[in-house]
Design a protein around this ligand. Sequence first.
Ligand code: SF4
Length: 63
Amino acid sequence: MKARVDEDLCSGCAVCVDTCPAVFKMNDDELAVVIGDSVPEDAQATCKQAADECPVEAILIEE
Ligand code: SF4
């Protein structure tokens, strides 16, 4: 599974970082970015939760 953040949509609210810090971090521009190439097995549930919670639907999940 892979995750991607659309930087044109991200508002920098950091909800995804709070929900799934194994996958998301804030960059120097205060936008969320994905850590690593693929989502670790044990972080997939919280990663999907973060995508659901993102207020601007900026997180894209690829199975
Ligand atoms: S939850 Fe969405 S809008 Fe908020 S920082 Fe994460 S990707 Fe950006």
